[in-house]
Design a protein around this ligand. Structure first.
Ligand code: AMP
Ligand code: ZN
Length: 120
């Protein structure tokens, strides 16, 4: 793991990325980790997270643009591999008003065979 990578000891998604908590892994490289949502809101529903602990987009800065771009850049390929044959929804909840529950930045990728209902 990169020296500059910052992780939080007790953060749920840091722990998942470290392999301390089991998950259904979708993808991993040196900077990002993707795994199925434990409470899926769509036939395909997985989360893409940075391995380094970023809280959300509200707290992010331009410095993090390459990593943020990478999270979105891999979404389409992973969605297709997971069975999203005709598009998907990507959602990022940020802070209290955004109803964020886990304060480690994550992109929800949701799809499946049918168009999704509005909302989440
Ligand atoms: P958010 O409201 O955007 O913070 O969503 C957090 C998401 O994390 C929810 O969709 C949860 O179902 C999901 N989640 C919580 N715990 C786990 C876990 N242990 N493994 C996978 N997904 C989880
Ligand atoms: Zn974290």
């Amino acid at each position: 793991m990169d020296q500059a990578m910052h992780q939080e000891k007790d953060c749920l998604f840091c722990r998942i990325a470290r392999g301390e908590i089991p998950c259904k892994k979708v993808f991993e490289d040196e900077e990002i980790f993707a795994f199925h949502d434990i409470n899926p809101a769509a036939p395909v529903h997985f989360l893409i997270v940075p391995k380094t602990h970023l809280v959300n987009l509200y707290d992010a800065d331009l410095d993090q643009a390459p990593l943020l771009g990478k999270l979105f850049g891999v979404a389409g390929r992973l969605a297709r591999e997971q069975g999203c044959d005709d598009g998907f929804r990507a959602v990022v909840n940020n802070g209290r008003v955004g109803r964020q529950e886990v304060y480690h930045l994550h992109i929800h990728v949701m799809g499946g065979p049918q168009p999704l209902r509005s909302g989440r």
